[in-house]
Design a binder for this molecule. Structure first.
Ligand SMILES: C[S@@+](CC[C@H](N)C(=O)[O-])C[C@H]1O[C@@H](n2cnc3c(N)ncnc32)[C@H](O)[C@@H]1O
Length: 286
C-alpha cells in the first residue's frame, strides 16, 4: 500500500521516492521504450509516443545548443532517457541526479547495454544536497523534476553555480496557469491526491514563480515554449497503455492501475484551463 505523506512545507527537501522507487518494470509497461516520464513533443497527427519522446529529446538538445561533447547534468534523471540519448547522439558526458535508488541500477545497466557506460554516471540524492564543483557543467536540465523541489530560489541559484559562464539551463514543468489558479486549486482534493498520495510532494507553481526564481538567481531568459497540448497527448498515450497493461501492472503491484488512471485523468482534465506546461531556457550570461 502507498504511504500518504502530508505536504513538507517545513523543509527544503521533499520525499517522492514512494512513486519513483516502484518497480522499474511498471514504468516499462506504460511509458515509451526509453521510459521517459515527462512531456513528449508531437510533430504530426501520426506521431507515436516513442516518436514524441525522441522529438522532445532533440528539442532539448536544440534549446541547449549542443554541438557535441558537452558536460551535462540532468537533475531528476528518472530512468535515464535524456542521459543515454545525449551520450549517444551528442557524445555528452552526462551526469544524472535522483533520490530514487532503483533508477540508478536501471540506468547503469542500460548504459552498459548501449555502450556508453564510460560517458554516463549518476548520483543518488536530492539536487539540493549534492556536492558538485562550481562551474563544472555546460548544460543543466530539469524535466518534470523542479515540481518536487520546495525551494525554487535555492534550486535556481544552485543550477547557476554549477554552470560555466555561457552555460544553459533547460527546465520543463507543469504549472498552474497563474497565481490565482494556484491559490484556488492547489489544495483541492484532486491536486492533493496527485501531489501527496501519488508522489509524496509536488507543487505546480505558476510560470511567473519559475521566471522570478531564474531571474533572481541571475539567469537571462532566452526561450519560452508552451507545450501544454503536447502533455495532454502524452498523458492520453500513457493512459491508453495503462489500460491495456492492467493485468501486468496489477500482477507487479496490486491496486496500482486504478491510482495511476485517477492521477493521469486528473492531470489531463486541467490543461489549458487551470494548468499549463512550459519549457524555459535560461543562460548564465555573466
Ligand atoms: C517526473 S520524473 C521525470 C524524470 C525524467 N526527467 C524524465 O523526463 O523522464 C521526476 C524525477 O525527479 C526526481 N526527483 C524528485 N525530487 C528530486 C530532487 N529533490 N532532486 C533530484 N531529483 C529529484 C524523481 O526521482 C524523478 O526521477
Amino acid at each position: 500500500m502507498m504511504t500518504i505523506t502530508g505536504p513538507r512545507t517545513d523543509t527544503a527537501l521533499a520525499d517522492t521516492n514512494q512513486h519513483y522507487d516502484l518497480d522499474p518494470e511498471i514504468f516499462g509497461l506504460f511509458l515509451d521504450p526509453s521510459r521517459k516520464y515527462s512531456c513528449g513533443l508531437y510533430r504530426s497527427e501520426t506521431d507515436t509516443l516513442a516518436d514524441a519522446q525522441i522529438n522532445k529529446l532533440r528539442f532539448v538538445a536544440e534549446r541547449l545548443g549542443l554541438r557535441g561533447g558537452e558536460r551535462l547534468l540532468d537533475v531528476g534523471c528518472g530512468w535515464g532517457s535524456l542521459l543515454l540519448f545525449m551520450a549517444r547522439e551528442h557524445a555528452c558526458r552526462a551526469t544524472g541526479i535522483s533520490p530514487a535508488a532503483r533508477q540508478h541500477a536501471y540506468i547503469s545497466g542500460r548504459a552498459r547495454e548501449l555502450g556508453v557506460a564510460d560517458q554516463v554516471s549518476t548520483w543518488q540524492g536530492h539536487f539540493e544536497e549534492i556536492d558538485l564543483p562550481a562551474g563544472s557543467f555546460d548544460a543543466v536540465t530539469m524535466l518534470g523534476s523542479i515540481v518536487h523541489m520546495p525551494d525554487l530560489t535555492a534550486v535556481f541559484a544552485r543550477a547557476r553555480a554549477l554552470l560555466r559562464r555561457g552555460g544553459t539551463l533547460y527546465v520543463s514543468e507543469s504549472c498552474f496557469r497563474n497565481a490565482a489558479a494556484h491559490g484556488a486549486f492547489h489544495r483541492r482534493a484532486g491536486t492533493r491526491f496527485v501531489g501527496e498520495t501519488i508522489f509524496g510532494w509536488g507543487d505546480m507553481r505558476p510560470l511567473s514563480d519559475l521566471v522570478r526564481g531564474a531571474e533572481d538567481a541571475g539567469f537571462s531568459i532566452v526561450g519560452l515554449d508552451d507545450l501544454t497540448a503536447d502533455y495532454r497527448r502524452t498523458i492520453d498515450d500513457w493512459l491508453t497503455n495503462v489500460r491495456s497493461a492492467t493485468d501486468d501492472i496489477e500482477r507487479i503491484r496490486p491496486g496500482l492501475t486504478g491510482e495511476l488512471e485517477r492521477y493521469l485523468e486528473i492531470a489531463n482534465a486541467g490543461w489549458g484551463y487551470t494548468t499549463k506546461h512550459y519549457a524555459l531556457t535560461c543562460r548564465k550570461t555573466r
